[in-house]
Design a protein around this ligand. Structure first.
Ligand code: SAH
Ligand code: SF4
Ligand code: F3S
Length: 475
């Protein structure tokens, strides 16, 4: 106990603030050299936790004097915050690095940095050292808090800087953050994962589970609310085990009760819930809550007990379905979403039928379906019976069709209802429309003024377009 308990390392914070001051002068020099403000581009791969980390990176970069751009070709500093959960995430990074190399040839002062989960793998580091020598800085998931220091080291050296830690128990709070949205924000409540699902690389690249101190979390949310945030998303790989290894243990449900009390906060979401740890207390807190959204992401991964066991998920199909029943009985209007993997070693077409059966029984509002990707170092990678691609494809396509059909059926049920939407942004295709998000996470597009962004409005759901609605604001 205690080793992984959170402690805000104030000494480290002070040190990083010193490095930020130093970095400011390097960026000012660069500005003079270029005759304009230097620009940075932060590109995120992967999950919401990486997205939040990117906001921290951008927070520091803007603090030290960079402007932000989404265009890599006009940036003076490009950083890729990488994901390695499936191989296609890795391949995308390598592909784009090739493109960056061509930009760097015409803009030699361009600095390139890589960080995130993929960098925690030794084979990746070896490959970059060998084949992508133009990269300037590489760091991992455990030392992101010393980004300012790493930048200074990069400015002071010509060769590639590589700094990867295997593990950390440090949590450094209150570094600058540059939020993507003014009205909503992710909040890390824990880092790492202890579950070791046999296919998954996350525990190896994100380290052991560490919970943040509840007081720090609540204070951060209070600050965000004071700054205009109305919706928070509490983030962790398995939020249901939040708080268990704190010096003063607290449950996730208790944390939610506290977050609910924060005045001015309108909506609470969280991700991800592991079915094995979802407590009755949590269902009760959700049911009573006025702020927790009517949406639960509850990854099932597979429907066959044999596969679930081989995946080390620690529940059976029956237990999962019983849990879903309990949740739906308590909250009939809840939207359920899930993650599913097809093609885990040894999975047969009959096993995929079990998964399809779960989808039919649960009636998910949405499901993210993935083809199994062999991750080096995980137990599943060493299993025999890796499934041939053509067999996987067939099962995948069949599953996807059921997922889409049930999701459409679920969406159609809301036809004509008036529901509360948080106005999020101008519609990407039609600038006369605004896009809002319902409590159940569904999107609705409607004519409204841009000035409503960040506000909650009542919207009539007029026309269902499969997975989303168009509608109008009801006064
Ligand atoms: N902590 C979360 C999930 C994090 S990863 C949870 O347990 O629910 C997000 C999703 O990626 C997982 O739910 C899983 O469906 C998928 N995934 C993880 N490893 C994978 C692999 N090796 N191949 C294919 N999909 C994978
Ligand atoms: Fe991966 Fe399982 Fe942890 Fe989720 S709970 S991050 S799937 S090991
Ligand atoms: Fe990817 Fe890392 Fe998230 S591997 S899914 S970015 S925790």
């Amino acid at each position: 106990m205690g080793r992984y308990a959170s402690r805000n390392d104030e000494q480290e914070l002070a040190l990083q603030q010193e490095y930020m001051k130093k970095a400011v002068s390097y960026v000012a020099d660069l500005k003079q050299q270029l005759g304009r403000q230097p620009l940075c581009c932060v590109t995120t791969f992967g999950c919401q936790m990486n997205a939040r980390d990117s906001e921290k990176l951008l927070g520091i970069l803007t603090q030290i004097g960079y402007g932000a751009t989404d265009e890599e070709s006009e940036a003076d500093f490009v950083i890729y915050n990488t994901c390695t959960v499936r191989d296609n995430a890795n391949q995308r990074v390598y592909g784009r690095l090739g493109f960056l190399n061509s930009i760097k040839r015409s803009r030699p002062h361009l600095k390139i940095a890589l960080c995130g989960c993929m960098m925690q793998e030794q084979t990746v580091i070896d490959k970059i050292r060998k084949s992508y020598r133009f990269v300037d800085l590489i760091f991992g998931t455990h030392n992101l808090f010393k980004f300012a220091q790493l930048l200074v080291t990069m400015f002071e050296n010509q060769e590639m800087i590589v700094d990867i830690w295997q593990e950390t128990d440090q949590i450094v709070e209150e570094l600058p953050v540059s939020r993507k949205y003014s009205y909503k924000s992710g909040i890390n409540i824990m880092f790492g994962c202890n579950n070791f699902c046999s296919y998954c690389i996350v525990p190896y690249v994100r380290g052991r589970e560490r919970s943040r101190d509840p007081k720090e979390i609540l204070q951060e949310i209070e600050r965000l609310v004071a700054d205009g945030v109305v919706e928070v998303m509490l983030l962790g790989q398995n939020v249901n085990s939040y708080g268990k290894n704190l010096d003063n243990p607290i449950t996730f449900a208790q944390l939610l009760r506290e977050v609910e009390q924060i005045e001015g906060l309108k909506r609470i979401r969280f991700m991800t819930s592991h079915p094995k740890d979802l407590s009755d207390e949590l269902i009760d807190v959700m049911k009573q809550s006025k702020k927790i959204c009517r949406h639960l992401h509850l990854p099932v991964q597979a429907g066959s007990d044999r596969i679930l066991q081989a995946m080390n998920r620690r529940y059976t199909k029956e237990q999962y379905l019983a849990l879903v029943d309990k949740i739906k009985t308590a909250m009939p209007d809840i939207a359920l979403t899930t993650d599913i993997i097809v093609g885990f070693p040894g999975e047969t077409p009959a096993d995929v039928e079990e998964t399809i059966d779960v989808v039919r029984k649960v009636q998910y509002d949405n499901a993210f379906t993935f083809i199994y990707s062999r991750r080096t170092g995980t137990p599943a990678a060493a299993m025999e019976d890796q499934v041939p691609e053509t067999v996987v494809r067939e099962g995948f396509d069949k599953l996807l069709k059921v997922v889409q059909d049930t999701a459409k059926e679920r969406a159609a049920l809301l036809q004509g209802k008036v529901m509360e939407a948080l106005v999020e942004e101008v519609n990407e295709q039609d600038a006369s429309l605004m896009t809002g998000r319902l409590s159940n996470n569904m999107l609705v597009h409607f004519p409204a003024s841009e000035s409503l962004i960040g506000r909650l409005v009542q919207v009539s759901l007029d026309t269902c377009h499969g997975f989303y609605y168009t509608g109008h604001v009801v006064e």
